[in-house]
Design a protein around this ligand. Structure first.
Ligand SMILES: Cc1cc2nc3c(=O)[nH]c(=O)nc-3n(C[C@H](O)[C@H](O)[C@H](O)COP(=O)(O)OP(=O)(O)OC[C@H]3O[C@@H](n4cnc5c(N)ncnc54)[C@H](O)[C@@H]3O)c2cc1C
Length: 464
C-alpha cells in the first residue's frame, strides 16, 4: 500500500541561524526510516515519466522500489548503472526542473523526493560498501582527458571500465572541477567528491595535476605522446564582468575567484593563510546558483549584511529553488529588479565603498523568452558596501581553442561538438560539458562525458 501523504518526508537541516556561521553541510540527509517512508510514496508508474526528466536516464522507479524493500546497496547499484556520481547528483541536481517535475505525485501535492532518496542510497553505499573497485583487463589503448570536472571524471571512469589506460590532465592542484573549487562545502562536502575520485584511481585512472593543457603541453603534443583519443572537458571558468565604472576597485571579486579562495583554498578555516577580504557589507550581483553560493559564503565569512542584486524578478531567477529558500532563511537580502550602475570606491584607499544601482521593471520578453528588465527613470540608489562579488556568468577559457589548430569553436567561445557523441571538428578530439554548452549543470556534463566515452571507444576500435 503506497504512502499517500501529499508532502515529501522532510529532510532534517541545520538551524539557519547556526548554519550561517559554519561551513558544515546544511541538509543532514534521510535516516533509513525516512527513506523507507518516502520510497513508499512512489507509485511505480508504468510509463516512468520521471526517467524522461533525467538527462542520464537513472532507473528511478526501480531504485526507489529497492529502497522501499530496504535493499539500499542494491538501490545504489541500480543508480550506478547509469550515473557515476550519485552522491553528488543527489545533492546538487536541479530535481525540481528535471525528474521531480515529471512525477505524477506532484500533480496533487509534492513529488516523490527523488533527489533525497538518491543521496540517501549513495551515502549508505559509501558507508557500507567495503570492496575496492576491481581493475579491468587492460585493452592496450591510451586515452587522455583534459579537465577533471564531472564531464572529464565520468568520461574517464567509463573508459577505464572498458579497459583503456586513462590519464586525466588537470590545471588545478586538485581534481573535481567546480565540485571542488566552486560549490561550497556546506552544499557538497569535499570528502564525497574525493571518494568518487579515489574510486577512479582504484580503477587505474591516472591524474596529472597542475598541468595546463595549452601551456604545459598542447592537444597535439598529447597525440604525439601516444594518446589515441582525447576528451576535452575543460569547463567554462572564465568570468564575465559587469562592465560598469569602478570595477577595478579592491574588494570587487568575480564569484569564481571568491569561491575558489573560500572553498579550494580553504579561506574559511581558522588556520588558513589564504588572503581574502572579510567584508562586513557585501553585494552579490547575479541570480544563479553561483550567486547563491557566493552570498551564502560571504555570510559565513562574517558579513553582517549580504545583498543579492538581480535585475529581473524572483520568478525569473535561474538558481535552484532550494538554494534561494536556504539563502533567505540564512538572512540574505534580495534586491530584485535592481541593476548595478557603478562601483563606488575611495580614491585614496582604492577600496570599495558602495554600489550605485537602478530600479528596473519587466518589459517585453527578450530572445531568451524571459521578460526584459527596463530601467525606471530617476530610481537610482546606492548600497553602502565594502565588497562586490560578480556572479553574472562565465564562458570557456580561450587557451585550448587558441592552441589547438582545427578545433572549431562558436562565437561564445564554446567548442563545437555533436550532442550525441561529443565529436569535434578535429580528428580524435571529443568534447563535452560546460566547454561545449557554456555554464550548465553537473548532470548534463556527466551525460556528455558518458556519451563521449562510448564514442571514443567506437572511434579507437574503428581505427584498428
Ligand atoms: C559556484 C557554482 C555552483 C554551481 N551549482 C550547481 C548546482 O547546484 N547544480 C548543478 O547541477 N550545477 C551547478 N553548477 C554548474 C556545474 O558545476 C557545472 O555545470 C559542471 O561542473 C560542469 O562540469 P565540467 O566537467 O564541464 O566543467 P568543470 O566542473 O568546470 O571542470 C573543468 C575542469 O577543467 C579544468 N581545466 C580547464 N582548462 C584546463 C586546461 N587548459 N588544462 C587542464 N585542465 C583544465 C578546470 O580546472 C576544471 O577542473 C555550479 C557551478 C558553479 C560555478
Amino acid at each position: 500500500m503506497p504512502n499517500m501523504s501529499l508532502n515529501k518526508c522532510p529532510m532534517p537541516e541545520q538551524d539557519p541561524n547556526v548554519r550561517n556561521k559554519n561551513f558544515e553541510e546544511v541538509a543532514l540527509g534521510y535516516t533509513a526510516e525516512m527513506a523507507l517512508e518516502e520510497a513508499q510514496r512512489c507509485l511505480n508508474c508504468k510509463n516512468k515519466p520521471c526517467v524522461s526528466g533525467c538527462p542520464v536516464g537513472v532507473k528511478i522507479p526501480e531504485f526507489i522500489a529497492l529502497v522501499a524493500e530496504g535493499k539500499f546497496l542494491e538501490a545504489a547499484a541500480k543508480i550506478k548503472e547509469t550515473s557515476s556520481l550519485p552522491a553528488v547528483c543527489g545533492r546538487v541536481c536541479p530535481q525540481e526542473s528535471q525528474c521531480e517535475c515529471k512525477c505524477v505525485r506532484g500533480i496533487k501535492g509534492e513529488p516523490v523526493a527523488i533527489g533525497r532518496l538518491e543521496r540517501f542510497v549513495a551515502d549508505y553505499a559509501m558507508q557500507h560498501e567495503q570492496a575496492k573497485a576491481a581493475r579491468p583487463q587492460p585493452n592496450g589503448h591510451k586515452c587522455a582527458i583534459v579537465g577533471a570536472g564531472p564531464a572529464g571524471l565520468t568520461c574517464a571512469g567509463d573508459l577505464a571500465r572498458m579497459g583503456y589506460e586513462v590519464t586525466v590532465f588537470e590545471a588545478l592542484h586538485t581534481a573535481g572541477g567546480v565540485l571542488m573549487y566552486g560549490i561550497p562545502e556546506f552544499r557538497l562536502p569535499k570528502a564525497i567528491v574525493q571518494k568518487e575520485i579515489d574510486t577512479l584511481k582504484e580503477l587505474g585512472v591516472e591524474f596529472v595535476l597542475n598541468f595546463v593543457v595549452g601551456r604545459s603541453e598542447t592537444i597535439d603534443d598529447l597525440f604525439a605522446d601516444g594518446y589515441e583519443a582525447i576528451f576535452v572537458g575543460s569547463g567554462a571558468g572564465l568570468p564575465t564582468f559587469m562592465r560598469v565604472p569602478g570595477e577595478n576597485y579592491n574588494g570587487v571579486y568575480s564569484a569564481n575567484e571568491y569561491l575558489t579562495r573560500v572553498n579550494l583554498m580553504k579561506a574559511y578555516k581558522e588556520n588558513a593563510d589564504t588572503p581574502i577580504l572579510r567584508a562586513k557589507k557585501v553585494a552579490v550581483v547575479g541570480g544563479g546558483n553561483v550567486a547563491m553560493d557566493a552570498a551564502r559564503c560571504a555570510k559565513r565569512m562574517g558579513a553582517d549584511e549580504v545583498y543579492v542584486v538581480y535585475r529581473r524578478g524572483e520568478a525569473e531567477m535561474p538558481a535552484r529553488l532550494e538554494e534561494i529558500h536556504h539563502a533567505k532563511e540564512e538572512g540574505i537580502v534580495f534586491k530584485f529588479l535592481t541593476a548595478p550602475l557603478e562601483v563606488i570606491g575611495n580614491p585614496d584607499t582604492y577600496m570599495v565603498e558602495g554600489l550605485k544601482c537602478q530600479q528596473m521593471e519587466l518589459g517585453e520578453p527578450d530572445a531568451s523568452g524571459r521578460r526584459r528588465p527596463v530601467p525606471v527613470e530617476g530610481s537610482e540608489f546606492t548600497l553602502d558596501l565594502d565588497a562586490v562579488i560578480v556572479a553574472i556568468g562565465t564562458s570557456p577559457n580561450p587557451l585550448i581553442r587558441s592552441t589547438t589548430p582545427g578545433l572549431e569553436t562558436n562565437k561564445r567561445g564554446c567548442i563545437v561538438a555533436d550532442d550525441e557523441h561529443g565529436i569535434t571538428s578535429k580528428d580524435g578530439v571529443f568534447a563535452g560539458g560546460d566547454a561545449v554548452t557554456g555554464a550548465a549543470t553537473v548532470i548534463l556534463a556527466m551525460g556528455a562525458g558518458k556519451r563521449a566515452a562510448a564514442a571514443m571507444d567506437e572511434y579507437i576500435k574503428n581505427k584498428q
